[in-house]
Design a protein around this ligand. Sequence first.
Ligand SMILES: NC(=O)c1ccc[n+]([C@@H]2O[C@H](COP(=O)([O-])OP(=O)(O)OC[C@H]3O[C@@H](n4cnc5c(N)ncnc54)[C@H](O)[C@@H]3O)[C@@H](O)[C@H]2O)c1
Length: 316
Amino acid sequence: MKYLTDEDVARIVDPAKAVEVVEQAYKLYSLKQVVMPVRSRIEAREKEGDILLMPCYVPAMNIFSLKLVSVYPRNTSKGLPTINAVVVVLDAETGVAKLVAEARALTGLRTAAASAVSMKHLARKDASKIAVVGCGYQAGWQVRVIGSVFKGVEFMAFDVDTGRMKAFVDSMCGEGFDVKPAVSAEQAVKRSDVVVTVTTSKTPVVFESWVKDGTHISAIGGYTPEMVEIDPSLTARCKLVVDSREAVMEEAGDIIKPIQLGLITVDKIHAEIGEVVAGLKTGRENDREKTLFKSVGLAVQDAAVSKALVDHLMAR
Ligand SMILES: NC(=O)c1ccc[n+]([C@@H]2O[C@H](COP(=O)([O-])OP(=O)(O)OC[C@H]3O[C@@H](n4cnc5c(N)ncnc54)[C@H](O)[C@@H]3O)[C@@H](O)[C@H]2O)c1
């Protein structure tokens, strides 16, 4: 059995590969060709921690993976990552364990690949200005993957933690990406064609009046019913595409809250992204519509990137 670190994962799976396999994974999911229970969530309440168990079997990829991911927001004050994760991969043929890998980089890659897949199908073709709201670990991967796959894009980033934002901008520029700091989320959003939200906020960070026609939003940060990154009245105005209808109805405050407020009904969900990839539903239809992709993150994305890792190891 092989063991891979985050550094190995980042070296083996390049951004374009991550986007390719995640797009395929979304399609298989929406075509009901994967076995993927809604993830179990175990709350470690007294520590404000969450532990998520994310299993998935993908027959077409001949892979079974189980990711264990912990989200501990208090870790920031301890100088530790908020999210830690590990993935175990079994040979679907025999059930024999093939690989254990650290899964922070894998999570960053597949989550940023989700935004990139959504941009491919839902952003305007001429989109070049990207706002990134939240400058944590995920934001780095969003810039790396979007900035590698869509050539010539410029980023403007904002975080409530100014020190973190400055360090983020320096680090991303150091990696060769065009990233500027914003004075507010409003400034970043108003000038942008695409908005990526990757915060841990429980209250909206993007508002309707800031978002111009034709904008695409990729809402990544919220993964519980209590977390809402997008102003519900903005959500009500967007063409709404999700990673999984079932998962967002369980986990996404960005969908659940506007429904509770009576601003939308469940029918407002236009499609799963996999249905758009498969050509069963339309993506962007004109340059004026506002589109919103809400992802809570699916185990099938982890399985797809795990498959890319296994293929790489087998080819050596
Ligand atoms: N959808 C998915 O598939 C997926 C995958 C991984 C992580 N996530 C979620 O994405 C979020 C971010 O993850 P991370 O690892 O980057 O966390 P992180 O703690 O490293 O970074 C979060 C950042 O958001 C900033 N922030 C908080 N409130 C803000 C606000 N109101 N405006 C601007 N910035 C704000 C914080 O200061 C911090 O810098 C988490 O909630 C995580 O659970 C989602």
